[in-house]
Design a protein around this ligand. Structure first.
Ligand code: GUN
Length: 282
């Protein structure tokens, strides 16, 4: 029987722990604070930022929003980040990606103090992730690991195939899967025999951003399928990278879109913000 991995429910478990930790900080007179920066008016980014702020309010994290105009210069943006780095009342800084084309995303990410980099995007934190010394875990990849844990799916010794090699999902997820003792293969647009490699996966993760890219014939019987894609169809509906109807006939577990990985990304962001605050007030 195929089971749905419920990201909404799992994220509530994580957020409840965060809320308790925020309560313990409040007793010491400390209010955790996340600064969220959005540049321009990309509608998807606006939705994500609103969802992050709403969750902050629910778990007891103060959020500050800096909504900058599309034409904001890179130096203005980095100037803001430098002020937030110095601001003792700010624990975490998140700059919503993508940024407008005239801004160098790498330069902006590297401007964030690693101790406030709650996305776990900067080189220092990515390095710590690979050596096993991380404080912050990358939000979407760590959210996937928490989903597996909540459903008692042990990655150890399993073959994990990740489709997509982005810095946000594919690459850092490979680090976490290796740490969990999976045998990891990362596929990308130049991969040959993609379907065959996918069929070898005990755990298949798709993060490519193409609607219904993974079809039933690419999936092993009884495998676990994790869908990171959030694609908006022409009719306005959200759709994952996985063709749910054909894949759900074969998989033992599958994440839905929406309600799978999305809520977990935000839950880990909340956890990272609390960690940042706890670390700064130790
Ligand atoms: N854009 C898409 N996903 C993310 C994320 O997890 N963090 C940030 N900052 N931007 C994103």
């Amino acid at each position: 029987m195929m089971k749905i991995i419920d990201g909404k429910e799992t994220s509530l478990l994580v957020c409840e722990q965060v809320r308790l930790r925020a309560g313990a900080l409040a007793k010491k007179g400390v209010e955790p604070c996340l600064a969220v920066i959005i540049v321009g008016d990309d509608p998807a980014s606006r939705v994500y930022v609103n969802n992050k702020k709403k969750k902050c309010a629910l778990v007891g994290i103060r959020s500050l929003e800096y909504a900058l105009e599309e034409k904001t210069s890179q130096s203005e943006l980095i100037g803001l980040i430098e002020r937030l780095n110095k601001d003792e009342s700010v624990d975490g800084i998140l700059c919503q990606l993508p940024l407008p084309g005239h801004i160098d995303e790498k330069a902006v990410i590297e401007a964030i103090d690693p101790q406030k980099d709650v996305d776990c995007f900067c080189n220092v934190n990515i390095g710590k992730l690979w050596t096993g010394d991380a404080v912050f875990l990358p939000c979407t990849p760590a959210g996937i690991m928490k989903l597996l844990e909540n459903y008692h799916i042990d990655a150890s010794g399993k073959s994990c195939v990740i489709v997509g090699r982005s810095n946000i999902v594919g690459k850092p997820l490979a680090a976490l899967m290796l740490k969990a003792n999976a045998t990891v293969t990362v596929c990308h647009s130049k991969t040959k025999n993609l379907a065959e490699i996918c069929r070898s996966a005990d755990i298949l993760v798709s993060a490519v951003g193409k609607p219904r890219f993974i079809t039933g014939d690419m999936v092993k019987e009884n495998s676990v399928v994790i869908d990171v894609g959030i694609n908006r169809l022409e009719n306005g509906k959200l759709c994952g990278d996985v063709d749910f109807d054909s894949v759900s006939n074969k998989a033992s577990y599958i994440t839905p879109v929406p309600g799978g990985c999305g809520p977990m990304t935000i839950a880990v962001l909340m956890e990272n913000t609390i960690k940042a605050c706890e670390e700064r007030h130790k």
